[in-house]
Write a protein of this length. Structure first.
Length: 291
């Protein structure tokens, strides 16, 4: 009689524990299910962004090849004239864009710009794009004289580069030599920060081999404006191609990571659901045996 009463008294104490474990597992399963849904949505977004970036890569590369032809022509002009500026005003132009989700594409330009500023601390700085502006404002705010936004929405055009060059000239920024810092396209998976040089009209006139060209003064002024805008155009187009390839790689990695997370969460969810089913079966068997 005493043993029978003890069993009856013990049963209510065990039953709430089983319900508590089951409720806890159900709450955990619901959280895992919600997270699975959110990660699946992220995977769809990153996969779509990868496909969009892939379609833009070919267009960006075609524009880059055309810009390289004009850019190399401007460089060969200064190389043939042996144009150099040892002591003079230096202008730095950090060329990047406004958009993110593309790996370290903006950090590459910012780091290269900071290295040059360490060598030439009095250099003036013009920033193209909101992303490098936010990074460079923390360390070189006093050097920034101009900044431009709305960069990198599509393949840059020469008209955009010319308007940037006109704005720099209209602002009264004077320089003897300019260095445009940009991401040089190496391959679809590699880029490297590099610089394109441009010079003022006076610096080009002072070149050792300038007399070979026999350029008149009015033509020289137009030539300087064209080469300056052309350097900016080359940097923007090549940086855009590097950005599209980096964005495609970043979205591909994000999609793969989301897939791995989905597999792990699915396995965890299945294990938890199996544990809940097992606990329910144990409760049923225990109740049946008690009867």
């Amino acid at each position: 009689m005493l043993s029978s009463a003890s069993r009856i008294a013990l049963r209510p104490a065990v039953q709430p524990l089983s319900h508590g474990v089951q409720a806890r597992n159900m709450a955990t399963l619901k959280e895992i299910q919600l997270r699975l849904k959110s990660v699946s949505n992220i995977e769809k977004i990153t996969k779509s962004m990868k496909m969009i970036a892939s379609t833009k890569v070919n267009k960006a590369q075609r524009g880059m090849e055309a810009a390289r032809v004009f850019g190399s022509a401007s460089n060969s002009l200064f190389e043939s004239a042996q144009t150099e500026v040892k002591d003079g005003k230096t202008l730095l132009i950090a060329a990047s864009s406004d958009r993110g989700l593309c790996g370290g594409i903006h950090s590459s330009v910012s780091k290269a710009t900071r290295r040059i500023l360490e060598e030439v601390p009095e250099a003036q700085l013009v920033v193209l794009g909101d992303k490098p502006k936010a990074q460079l404002s923390r360390v070189a705010r006093k050097n920034i004289v101009l900044s431009f936004s709305q960069i990198g929405k599509d393949v840059p055009t020469f008209a955009e580069a010319a308007s940037i060059a006109d704005a720099i000239k209209s602002s009264g920024v004077e320089f003897d030599s300019a260095k445009v810092v940009y991401n040089e396209f190496k391959s679809v998976i590699a880029y490297e920060a590099n610089t394109i040089s441009a010079f003022s009209e006076e610096a080009f006139k002072s070149s050792p081999n300038f007399a070979v060209y026999e350029i008149e003064d009015d033509v020289l002024a137009n030539l300087q404006e064209f080469t300056f805008a052309n350097s900016i155009f080359w940097a923007l187009v090549e940086g855009h191609a590097s950005e599209m390839c980096a964005k495609r790689a970043a979205m591909e990695n994000a999609t793969n990571n989301a897939g791995d997370m989905i597999n792990k969460l699915t396995m965890t969810f299945n294990r938890g659901r199996q544990a809940v089913i097992t606990n329910e079966l144990i409760d049923i068997i225990t109740g049946a045996s008690a009867l």
